[in-house]
Design a protein around this ligand. Structure first.
Ligand code: FAD
Ligand code: NAI
Length: 475
C-alpha cells in the first residue's frame, strides 16, 4: 500500500504545532499533525494542546483562579462589609474543575483540526530519511511522506541529578497541578515562573511554602524595580519564604515526606516538607526524533538550530516553539507556527522576538515587554522613564487592588517606547497595549494622546506615558 503523502507534516500538537498545522491547512496545504501519547486520556486517546493545555498554562491558571477566590473569601471580603464564615476548600473539586477545562480545550483542538481538515496521526513521530525530495517520517511503524516537516516537539521539565521525581511526593509541573490535598509544608526548588505561580497557589490554599533558589538575585530577568516590589509583596505581605543563593546538597524522600539539605552561604541547613516541587527550567524534547539519523543540527543544549524564519539546516525542515532557542512561551511558539506556515506557502512570515510579552500570573501579576532599565543602562542607551502607582488610580482603589505600578521607558532622543514593566492587577491584559505600541514603533507621546476609558486600570499606562514627559495629570 502506498504511503500517506502530505504537503506538510507537523510533529507535535502543542501551541507551536497545532497552530502551524491549522495555518498550513488554511493556506491550502494538505497537512497532518503527529501527536504522541504523552498526554493521553485515561482511555488512551491522544490529547492535543501539548504542555500548555495539559500540564502548563491552562491548568495552572485554573488553579490560580480557584486559590485567589479562596483567599478573597477568607481575607478580602471584610473590607466590603461582607462576612463569610466557615470558608473551606475542597481540593478534589478544584482539581476536577481544572481537569474539565483541560478536557474541554484539548477536545476543542480536535474540533479545530476537523474544521480545518488537518489529519491527526496519533503516535510517536521519527524521521527515517528523504527520498525524491520527500521526507519520510515513521509514526508508530507506519511511514508518512511530506514535502515539508515542522518539528514542534516542545519541552519537558528539567530534573536534577539525585532528585527522583515521582510526581506524587517529589513533583515537576505535572504532579504539582494534581495534588490530592493541600500539603501542610511545601518545598519548591527554583523561584522562577512555575515556582512563584504554583507556590502562590498552594500558599493561598494553606501550605507553608519555602522556595529555595540558586541565584543570588530574585527575578533577575525582570526590571529591578518590579523584582523589588514583587519580593516585598510575596515575602512580607503574602508570607512566601523565599531563600536566595542556596545550593541543594541532598534530597531524600521517605514515609514522612521529603528532607532537603542545602547550603546558604557558610551555613548548612535542612528543610522538611510533605511535598516538593522541582521547577528549575525546561529542556527541549528531541529524543527519539531521529535527528542524528538525518543530520538535523542540534545545539549542545539540545535545542534545534534555526534561522530567523525557523528554518533548520535541512531542506524543508522547520522547527518552532520550545524546541528552538528563545523564550519558552506558548504565544511565542504560536507566532512561529504561523510564520513557518506562511513561509511554506510562499508568503513573508515574521516574528519579532523583541515584542514578545512576558507574564507571571502571581498576585499581583507581573508583565513586561522590551528592555528593562538595567539593560538600557548597560547598553548605554539614553532613556526617559515614567512610573505611576496603581494606588493613584480610582478603579484600582474601587477594586481594592492598589499594589504595584506601571513603568514606561522611552528613548530620550526619539521618544520611541523601549520597554514597559507592570506589576499590578490585570498586568497580563494591560501589557497588550504596550506590545501593540512597540510593534508599531509608537512613542510615549502616542500613548499619551490616546483616549483611555475612565475609570480603568489602563489609565495607569496612560499616566505612565504622560510621566515620561513629566506631565502626569493624576499623580
Ligand atoms: P509543547 O506544548 O511542549 O508541545 C509539544 C508536543 O509535542 C507535546 O504534546 C508532545 O507530546 C509532542 N511530542 C513530542 N515529541 C513527539 C514526537 N516525537 N512525536 C509526536 N509527538 C511528540 N507559557 C505561556 O506563554 N503562558 C503561560 O501562562 C505558561 N504557563 C506555563 C505553566 C507551566 C506549569 C508550564 C510547564 C509551562 C507554561 N508555559 C506557559 C510554557 C508553555 O506551556 C510552553 O511554552 C508551550 O507549551 C510550548 O509549546 P510547544 O508547542 O513548543 O511545545
Ligand atoms: P524558570 O527558568 O522560570 O525558573 C527556574 C528557576 O530555578 C531559576 O530561577 C533558576 O535560577 C532556578 N534553579 C535552577 N537550578 C536550580 C537549582 N539546582 N537549585 C535551585 N534553584 C535552581 O523555570 P520554571 O519555573 O521551571 O519554568 C519553566 C519555563 O516554563 C519558564 O521559563 C517559562 O518559559 C515557562 N513558564 C511560563 C509561564 C508564564 O508564562 N506565566 C508560567 C510557567 C512556566
Amino acid at each position: 500500500m502506498a504511503n500517506k503523502q502530505f504537503d506538510v507534516v507537523v510533529i507535535g500538537a502543542g501551541p507551536g504545532g497545532y497552530i502551524a498545522a491549522i495555518r498550513c491547512a488554511q493556506l491550502g496545504l494538505s497537512t497532518a499533525c503527529i501527536e504522541s501519547e504523552s498526554y493521553a486520556d485515561p482511555k488512551g486517546e491522544v490529547r492535543l494542546g501539548g504542555t500548555c493545555l495539559n500540564v502548563g498554562c491552562i491548568p495552572s491558571k485554573a488553579l490560580l483562579r480557584s486559590s485567589e477566590l479562596y483567599e478573597e473569601a477568607q481575607h478580602g471580603f471584610q473590607m466590603h462589609g461582607i462576612s463569610a464564615q466557615g470558608v473551606k476548600i475542597d481540593v478534589a473539586t478544584m482539581i476536577k474543575r481544572k481537569d474539565n477545562i483541560v478536557t474541554q480545550l484539548t477536545g476543542g483542538i480536535k474540533g479545530l483540526f476537523k474544521k480545518n481538515k488537518v489529519t491527526l496521526l496519533p503516535g510517536h513521530g521519527k524521521f527515517v530519511g528523504r527520498e525524491d525530495d520527500r521526507w519520510r517520517v515513521d509514526v508508530n511503524g507506519e511511514i508518512v511522506e511530506a514535502t515539508h516537516v515542522i518539528v514542534a516537539t516542545g519541552s519537558k521539565a528539567r530534573h536534577l541529578p539525585g532528585i527522583p521525581v515521582d510526581n506524587k511526593i517529589i513533583c515537576d509541573n505535572a504532579g504539582a497541578l494534581a495534588f490530592d490535598a493541600t500539603p501542610k509544608r511545601l518545598g519548591v526548588i527554583g523561584a522562577g515562573v512555575i515556582g512563584l505561580e504554583l507556590g502562590s497557589v498552594w500558599k493561598r490554599l494553606g501550605s507553608e511554602v519555602t522556595i529555595l533558589e540558586a541565584m543570588p538575585d530574585f527575578l533577575a530577568a525582570a526590571d529591578q524595580a518590579v523584582a523589588k516590589e514583587a519580593w516585598k509583596t510575596f515575602t512580607q505581605k503574602q508570607g512566601l519564604n523565599i531563600q536566595l543563593g542556596v545550593k541543594i546538597t541532598k534530597v531524600e524522600a521517605g514515609k514522612k515526606g521529603v528532607t532537603i539539605d542545602y547550603e546558604l552561604g557558610d551555613e548548612s541547613r535542612n528543610l522538611q516538607c510533605d511535598r516538593l516541587i522541582v521547577s528549575v527550567g525546561r529542556v527541549p524534547n528531541t529524543q527519539g526524533l531521529g535527528a542524528e539519523d538525518v543530520g538535523l543540527e542540534l545545539r549542545p543544549s539540545g535545542y534545534i538550530n534555526v534561522d530567523h524564519n525557523c528554518r533548520t539546516n535541512l531542506p524543508n525542515v522547520w522547527a518552532v516553539g520550545d524546541v528552538v532557542p528563545g523564550p519558552m512561551l506558548a504565544h511565542k511558539g504560536m507566532e512561529e507556527g504561523v510564520m513557518v506556515a506562511e513561509c511554506i506557502a510562499g508568503q513573508k512570515g515574521h516574528v519579532n522576538l523583541d515584542t514578545v510579552p512576558w507574564v507571571i500570573y502571581t498576585h499581583p501579576e507581573i508583565a513586561w515587554v522590551g528592555k528593562t532599565e538595567q539593560q538600557l543602562k548597560n547598553e548605554g542607551v539614553e532613556y526617559r522613564a515614567g512610573q505611576i502607582p496603581f494606588a493613584a488610580n480610582g478603579r484600582a482603589l474601587g477594586q481594592g487592588d492598589t499594589t504595584g505600578f506601571v513603568k514606561m521607558l522611552a528613548c530620550a532622543r526619539t521618544d520611541r517606547i523601549l520597554g514597559v514593566h507592570i506589576i499590578g492587577a490585570n498586568a497580563s491584559e494591560l501589557i497588550a497595549e504596550a506590545v501593540a505600541a512597540m510593534e508599531f514603533n509608537a512613542s510615549s507621546e502616542d500613548i499619551a494622546r490616546i483616549c483611555h476609558a475612565h475609570p480603568t486600570l489602563s489609565e495607569v499606562v496612560h499616566e505612565a506615558a504622560l510621566a515620561v514627559d513629566k506631565r502626569p495629570l493624576h499623580f
